[in-house]
Design a protein around this ligand. Structure first.
Ligand SMILES: Nc1ncnc2c1ncn2[C@@H]1O[C@H](COP(=O)(O)OP(=O)(O)OP(=O)(O)O)[C@@H](O)[C@H]1O
Ligand SMILES: [Mg+2]
Length: 689
């Protein structure tokens, strides 16, 4: 038997029907295709099955890709069926379906047919065919066939199936389109000759289907505002509505103050009579240093500057008080005995207890430039006091003997000239610098006063470097440290030591360290430390011959290695310190210029000393006009104003006009560049606070 052609069945028929026609056509050997076969399948019932040949006609040939065949499993006719069987089959199914074939019908829409029945032309089971799943909704079959109309014509398939079929065949077989595609089928062109090839080739549509969408399109759609064409962040135009419970959010923090601008008092309204023009201090950059220095300050320490309650309240600058009734700036000693650093009969701890630990009720002295000089007392007259004080941890050591090798004459000179007998300085006496004061107390004073936690516990630092512009209060803080430690204060000036020559300076230096060791606890305050070192910036004079003795003494070679001595070095030229010297100072803190509020406090206090009280507006204007002034320069300003107010034969109180006039003569010395260098050095070598 000649190889039969491929005969596929309409997809809209039931499997039974397909098998019937299939086998009928299959077994009618020697049948030949006639042009009648090219008629649409909906005309089949009216036509006889005049199949006389298995030779495929051009209309039977489908250009189907292999994939389509695999997926569709359409039937292949073959010739291994006997003539008898074929005859029987033909007879049987012709009888069975004669009524069907002969009856007129209406063309239903394809949507009424199931999609499982004709998935495979050879399988009529209602169960789903275990073939590959179609991940995408299939397009209409006809879109993929040659000669079909594109578009979504609403016509039914050619073999859309008759209502008779629909009624006769099992329900599940007609649940929809055989291919699972859209139920609407386009109409075919009039000349289309593939009546047999009508839309039942459901699986073949996979080849003709448009390519699957890209994977990106299969993703769930992004939320609004995140689409590729949408804006990156879809902020509502008017901002987010207040959420319940979040309505009272505070406004975002203000940006940090601009460099070199005051962050303190508000700019006052201009005064009626402006001062004569002076090199504008407002453009001065002094606040950059403060801002940079305070960038990393903890809130805890910042609270000190803001006058917060609690343990840091003691750092708050005390308001100005009038001088003592007797006119003396400092309380007279009970017995006139100088114990160094202003200590007299009462230890600082006792004074604190009497006046409240954090300064409330402290009998204030008037600050400003102290009018005292180092009060001298012979070494032998040092009072006994250390044992009487509260336990001071490692800092309280028994009196030491003068170390051997120290020149007794120099020792005598040091003790007579360098012991500071000025008044004690409390934290509250230093305006501003809250963070620095807290850092000094936490990292220096407390560890020194606290008893060692255990034998062999690390030693607290014994050296600290305070660096910053001239007059910023470095020495004042050194004095304050001595007060807090209840220590004898010995003050040295680098320039003074270097002046008499290298050998004499070295002798004095060693004697100072030795004297400090003899009277523990002691604070040795060495101002202008850079004067002892080789000049690095300007290449000028001092040969730096004192550097070696200084380093030796700092290492303990001058008897200063004892526990009871704290060395405080200050400098306004930290860049002059080489690494060896720098390393000798365990702590390095930047003493910044006073900010606006601190300037106001210093001015108030200094002016009160002069018997001058400015109005709030005048004081604010003065604070604004003294940006970049150090504490020392503010004191000079007040002194200059006071000098201007004195006329021969006329003594009048100091007024704001005098201060304005003084502003034309006294100005800040540190330039913005200097301040930037401090900030840089602090970043590199400082400890921050
Ligand atoms: N924060 C401050 N509060 C109160 N007074 C201050 C403050 N800063 C400076 N002063 C006053 O300014 C004057 C100069 O201060 P001090 O001698 O401590 O400055 P300094 O930094 O040591 O200067 P120098 O680098 O020239 O040695 C002192 O009279 C001091 O009382
Ligand atoms: Mg000083």
């Amino acid at each position: 038997m000649e190889k039969s052609s491929v005969i596929s069945m309409p997809g809209t028929f039931s499997s039974l029907w397909s098998m019937t026609v299939f086998f009928t056509l299959q077994t009618l050997s020697k049948m030949h295709w006639t042009p009648e076969h090219a008629q649409p399948l909906n005309q089949w019932p009216e036509q006889h099955l005049d199949v006389s040949s298995t030779t495929p006609s051009p209309a039977h040939k489908l250009e189907l890709p292999p994939g389509g065949r695999q997926r569709c499993h359409y039937a292949w006719a073959h010739d291994d069926i006997s003539a008898l069987t074929a005859s029987n089959l033909l007879k049987r199914y012709a009888e069975k379906y004669s009524g069907v074939l002969d009856s007129p019908y209406e063309r239903p829409t394809l949507g009424g047919y199931g999609d499982a029945a004709f998935l495979n032309g050879a399988k009529g089971d209602p169960e789903p065919w275990p073939g590959p799943e179609n991940p995408y909704p299939l397009a209409s079959l006809h879109e993929g066939l040659p000669g079909t109309k594109s578009g979504s014509g609403g016509g039914s398939g050619v073999l859309g199936g008759s209502p008779v079929l629909a009624g006769n065949l099992p329900e599940p077989l007609y649940a929809g389109n055989a291919c699972g595609g859209p139920s609407a089928a386009p109409e075919y062109a009039a000349g289309y000759g593939g009546g047999y090839l009508a839309p039942s080739y459901c699986s073949q549509t996979s080849a003709a289907l448009p390519p699957p969408p890209p994977a990106a399109l299969l993703q769930p759609p992004p939320p609004p505002g995140y689409g590729p064409s949408g804006p990156l962040y879809n902020y509502p135009a008017g901002g987010y509505a207040a959420q319940p419970g979040y309505a009272a959010l505070p406004p975002p923090p203000a940006p940090p103050p601009a460099p070199y601008l005051t962050s303190g008092l508000a700019a006052p309204t201009p005064l009626p009579a402006p001062a004569p023009p002076r090199p504008a201090p407002a453009s001065y950059g002094f606040q950059a240093a403060a801002a940079g220095a305070e960038a990393g300050v903890s809130l805890k320490r910042k609270a000190a500057d803001e006058g917060a309650e609690g343990r840091y309240r003691k750092y708050v600058y005390e308001p100005a008080k009038a001088p003592a009734a007797d006119g003396t700036s400092y309380p007279a000693a009970d017995n006139g005995e100088c114990r160094g650093n202003g200590f007299r009969s009462k230890p600082p701890g006792a004074a604190e207890e009497a006046s409240g630990k954090y300064g409330s009720g402290v009998p204030l002295k008037v600050l400003g430039s102290p009018v005292y000089g180092p009060q001298v007392e012979p070494f032998e007259k040092f009072p006994e006091r250390a044992p009487a004080l509260a336990p001071r941890g490692g800092f309280a050591v028994p009196l030491g003997e003068p170390p051997k090798g120290v020149d007794p004459g120099a020792l005598e000179l040091v003790t007579s000239k360098m012991v500071d007998c000025g008044p004690p300085v409390q934290w509250a006496d230093v305006a501003g610098q809250g963070a620095l004061k807290a850092a000094l107390e936490e990292e220096l004073v407390w560890p020194l006063l606290r008893p060692p936690a255990y034998p062999g516990s690390p030693r607290p630092p014994r050296t600290v470097l305070l660096f910053g512009p001239r007059g910023a209060g470095k020495a004042l803080l050194g004095r304050c440290l001595a007060t807090q430690l209840g220590a004898t204060l010995l003050r040295l000036r680098g320039a003074t030591l270097a002046a008499p020559g290298a050998s004499e300076g070295a002798r004095l230096l060693q004697a100072a360290f030795a004297a400090a060791r003899c009277r523990p606890p002691a604070v040795l305050l060495i101002s202008e430390l850079d004067a002892l070192l080789p000049a690095r910036d300007d290449g000028a004079a001092p040969a730096g011959a004192l550097q070696a003795p200084l380093l030796a003494c700092l290492d303990g070679g001058c008897g200063a290695g004892a526990d009871g001595v704290l060395v405080v070095g200050t400098t306004s030229r930290p860049s002059a310190l080489d690494e060896a010297t720098r390393r000798r100072f365990a702590l390095r803190f930047y003493v910044t210029l006073p900010d606006g509020p601190a300037r106001g406090q210093i001015l108030q206090r200094a002016l009160a000393q002069q018997g001058c009280a400015l109005s709030e507006r005048e004081l604010a204007a003065l604070v604004q006009g003294t940006q970049g002034f150090s504490g020392g320069e503010l004191g000079q300003l007040c002194q200059q104003a006071a000098a201007g107010a004195v006329h021969p034969g006329l003594q009048r109180p100091l007024s704001y006009k005098d201060l304005e006039a003084a502003l034309a003569k006294v100005g800040p010395r540190a330039s913005p560049k200097d301040l930037d260098l401090f900030v840089e050095w602090d970043k590199m070598y400082g400890f921050g606070h």
